[in-house]
Design a protein around this ligand. Sequence first.
Ligand SMILES: NC(=O)C1=CN([C@@H]2O[C@H](COP(=O)(O)OP(=O)(O)OC[C@H]3O[C@@H](n4cnc5c(N)ncnc54)[C@H](OP(=O)(O)O)[C@@H]3O)[C@@H](O)[C@H]2O)C=CC1
Ligand SMILES: O=C(O)[C@@H]1CCC=N1
Length: 261
Amino acid sequence: MLRLGFVGTGTLVSAVIDGLQATHGDRCTILVSPRSQETSQALAARYANVTRAPSSAAVVEGSDVVFLGMRPNQLDEATAGLPFRPDQTVVSFLAGVPHARVSETVRPAGHVVRVNPLPPIRLRKGPVVIYPANPIVEDLFGGLGDLIVASKESDLAAIAHGSAMMSSHYALQNAIIDWLVSREMAPDTATHYVRSMFSGLAAVGLDAFAKGEAVDPAHHETKGGLNERGRRYLTEIGWFDEVGRALDVIEAHVLTARPKS
Ligand SMILES: NC(=O)C1=CN([C@@H]2O[C@H](COP(=O)(O)OP(=O)(O)OC[C@H]3O[C@@H](n4cnc5c(N)ncnc54)[C@H](OP(=O)(O)O)[C@@H]3O)[C@@H](O)[C@H]2O)C=CC1
Ligand SMILES: O=C(O)[C@@H]1CCC=N1
């Protein structure tokens, strides 16, 4: 049995543990740190192989692979004095925190790997980016979505910024739902329709990628039709250029843990 331990038991860690149950539930035991109380208690109640440890130190003591699931600016406080060992692999979920920074913080842990999972991992969907390559970590995340092993660390930084459009994606869906409801559509129908439409579009996009095909927006609209009219309007007002500018803003919003003085 592989012993997995999670320090920080928030939104992302909860989704990762849900996903792991389906692929590794019978091959691993899981220790979670006691914060967040409600989430860690719920995970321990839901899964027989999950135990809520009395402290983060107990998580590190009892694990072969330790996952860091706190926010970047919580790294130092959450790991201070934890008994990492040379035989351990440490997986950092912290977006924007360099490999070297994590390695220094969890010394003398032998292997440090950065992983960028996203909440759909709960359903074993979406991308999981890993850097550097590591067989144990690749095995753990292999069945949990589209595994991407980055060849250089800078890809992870760019990817974290790209993934920061997730909440805006749902804001876009909700804006469409609200508009449909304003046209007297029942909220349930509007919600089902919009969520299903985006799900179908996502599947088509991934299928095209698998076949090595590009997705040209012009091929997904009727000539002179409704999609074309909407896209022309958004192009004219610079809406798509604003997406690039939003990514610049995200990139400038540095969440990286402060260097030790
Ligand atoms: N959410 C996402 O979609 C993604 C998140 N990430 C990264 O994952 C990490 C977690 O994000 P997210 O789950 O959203 O954040 P959350 O705020 O939900 O989770 C943070 C967790 O860390 C715990 N924590 C904070 N301080 C300590 C401490 N001193 N000791 C022990 N535990 C502590 C919190 O406990 P408490 O609630 O008690 O404060 C909480 O359980 C971040 O670094 C983020 O960059 C990466 C990719 C996607
Ligand atoms: O919103 C965030 O900060 C995290 C990191 C990347 C995706 N979610």
